[in-house]
Design a protein. Structure first.
Lengths: 279, 358
């Protein structure tokens, strides 16, 4: 009876997941094996043409490492920037914690298009930073702040930082404060405590945060499109291009799947490498 | 050989004084408990000794060396926490090795010392387990071994048994005490449980409101408390309002309502001011109404298996008597009470509100 009721309760969620996750994925999988055609989204019968095109043409193939590198760099930057923030908030008094929490979450309150556009105003060749530097005669040509990995990673890190900080914070807050004291009583200096106790114990948060940011970064479209200006060619950009502009559904689906599987593999490897026997 | 001296230790948080001048000397190898209700300053005292709290005034000496300005990691202390604070991502062996690695002990020696320490706490079979896989009592023993394996100058224990269930707590009391005696390490033990403090310690330090109320052997604290508050906090106590008149020969006369006169030793403390008289429940004898020094009526009777507790209404107020189960007195019956003058103890009457019995 109890089990029956539980099954009944997950039915709505299960239905949603089936309709909007499983079914579309199956559709995309089938579509990726469809034959290409001219003048219509896809043709008769099945073929591997989509996959072949991706790996044979460097223009497309190179987008995959580009996407993955972008995802890894963004994750790394978020971790480096987010850890001290999380550490600080975890140690802050209750009164401050709420305010700091709000500040961390604030990027999420503004739409992603507006935020990315904001970065183009700052980073562009005639943007705020470059024109100011030029006015003071510090540079002659504009610094390459945009239309490259630097700009895109910067903007992505800004957008996804909260997704790193929140899991880190929850891991650090659930840590017994006596652990640090115990380590000190055993003779450890503060940096040793961080390296050997705090960081390893917060590993579940690091893992969650990294996976979240990586998955979000790799599947992002708006920020690479606006800040990268089509010069940072990620697979997501090419997928949209193939689906909407070239009207080639099998090719677009194949690329989408290749990206999803590659990202999935990296997440799997990362999870393996950071597995915690103790948890 | 390490002796610990606290000299007028003061700790202030903003304007509130958590410690108002604590002075205490702990001899080498002595087991001293800091006992008191929550907020009395016992944990703060321990944190000051460990170095987790900076002292606002006074000194902490280890063997005449002032260590009150030293960092915790340089104080050479072993500490056991209420939460055990075992490193969750390290095995039992790695937990034990941590302190030795910090001291740059050679690998071979680390292995030897860990093996000995684990043997000492009977956990050799669990060396490669993670703390999560151990029971509360086992975790407690790992924490003890981790604190002792570095062979610190002193051992500090902060309510280490508070998270264990009652039966295990009783076992661990004996275990910790035996281990401490075997190792012979100077030990400070913080607890709010008077039973724990009494059974384990060489000396009990009772603290109230950031001050030491009394520091003495468990027997002395129990039989000869220096204040009503100590009497009530340690064990159960009947505090009676009796007419007290001092005599010239250092004794006191107590006059009971029925006219009986009891002559008792006069305590050194509390010469002036009002005196009340403490009588421990098990030191009062229940008799036939006629044979008692005072009479009363049994209001409540609680049978606990080991003994029976009677709440008796008397002319000097309610009196609790603990008697062997061989007595068969029913509720509502008239009884007599006999006091042993040797065991009655005058205490200065408390101005402050009395502590609840614990």
């Amino acid at each position: 009876m109890k089990r029956l009721r539980a099954t009944f309760l997950i039915l709505p969620a299960a239905t949603l997941i089936f309709l909007f996750v499983v079914l579309p994925y199956v559709t995309v999988l089938v579509m990726s094996f469809r034959a290409p055609a001219d003048g219509q989204p896809y043709g008769e019968g099945f073929s591997l043409a989509g996959y072949a095109q991706f790996f044979n043409e460097g223009y497309y193939a190179w987008s995959l490492p580009q996407s993955l590198v972008l995802g890894i760099l963004t994750t790394f930057v978020c971790l480096i920037l987010g850890y001290p923030v999380a550490l600080h908030i975890a140690k802050a008094s209750k009164r401050w914690r709420g305010l700091l929490y709000g500040i961390v979450l604030s990027p999420l309150l503004i739409g992603i298009v507006i935020r990315s556009y904001g970065w183009t105003i700052l980073l562009g060749n005639s943007g705020v930073i470059n024109s100011t530097l030029r006015q003071f005669g510090l540079i002659e040509r504009p610094l390459p702040l945009m239309y490259n990995n630097f700009g895109v990673v910067l903007a992505l890190a800004h957008v996804f930082l909260p997704f790193m900080v929140l899991p880190l914070l929850s891991a650090l807050q659930s840590m017994d404060p006596a652990l640090g004291q115990a380590a000190r009583s055993l003779g450890a200096k503060p940096f040793t405590i961080f390296r050997r106790i705090t960081f390893p114990v917060s590993m579940p948060g690091v893992q969650t945060g990294c996976i979240l940011v990586f998955v979000l970064a790799i599947s992002s479209y708006v920020t690479p499109a606006l800040v990268g200006g089509m010069r940072v060619k990620t697979t997501t950009l090419l997928v949209i291009d193939a689906l909407i502009d070239q009207f080639q559904w099998p090719f677009g689906s194949a690329m989408a799947l290749i990206l999803a599987v590659s990202a999935g593999l990296i997440v799997l490897i990362f999870a393996r490498l950071t597995a915690m026997k103790w948890n | 050989m390490t002796e610990v001296s606290l000299r007028s230790l003061v700790k202030r948080y903003g304007k509130t004084e958590a410690l108002k001048g604590i002075s205490l000397h702990v001899r080498h190898g002595e087991f001293v408990s800091l006992l008191g209700p929550s907020g009395c300053g016992k944990s703060t005292t321990l944190k000051c000794i460990a170095g987790f709290e900076e002292v606002s005034g006074g000194q902490i000496l280890f063997d005449e060396r002032d260590i009150s300005r030293k960092l915790p990691e340089d104080r050479d202390i072993g500490m056991v926490f209420q939460s055990y604070a075992l490193f969750p991502h390290m095995t039992v062996a790695q937990n034990l090795a941590f302190g030795l690695e910090m001291r740059r002990v050679p690998k071979v020696e680390i292995a030897e010392r860990i093996a000995r320490a684990m043997d000492m706490v009977q956990l050799s079979a669990h060396a490669e387990r993670y703390p999560k896989a151990l029971s509360g009592g086992q975790q407690q023993r790992v924490a003890l071994a981790r604190a002792l394996v570095i062979e610190p100058a002193i051992l500090l224990l902060d309510e280490p048994l508070a998270n264990l269930d009652a039966k295990l707590r009783d076992e661990m009391r004996g275990f910790i005490r035996d281990l401490q005696k075997r190792v012979g390490i100077t030990t400070l033990y913080v607890t709010h449980d008077q039973g724990e403090a009494m059974t384990m310690s060489d000396r009990v330090v009772v603290m109230f409101d950031g001050q030491i109320a009394q520091a003495a052997s468990p027997e002395e604290i129990y039989d000869h408390p220096t204040s009503e508050r100590v009497a009530r906090f340690v064990g159960n106590a009947n505090i009676l309002d009796l007419a007290v008149s001092p005599r010239g020969d250092g004794q006191l006369d107590l006059v009971l309502p029925g006219g009986h006169l009891l002559r008792v030793e006069r305590p050194a403390c509390g010469a002036g001011g009002g005196m009340r008289v403490m009588a421990r429940p098990e030191q009062i004898a229940l008799t036939e109404p006629a044979a008692g020094q005072i009479g009363g009526r049994v209001a409540k009777r609680y049978f606990s298996g080991r003994h029976v507790e009677y709440h008796v209404e008397t002319d000097v107020g309610p009196v609790v008597v603990v008697a062997p189960t061989t007595h068969a007195v029913r509720e509502g019956e008239a009884v007599g009470l006999r006091f042993d003058p040797q065991r009655l103890w005058p205490v200065p009457s408390a101005e402050a509100p009395a502590e609840g019995r614990e």
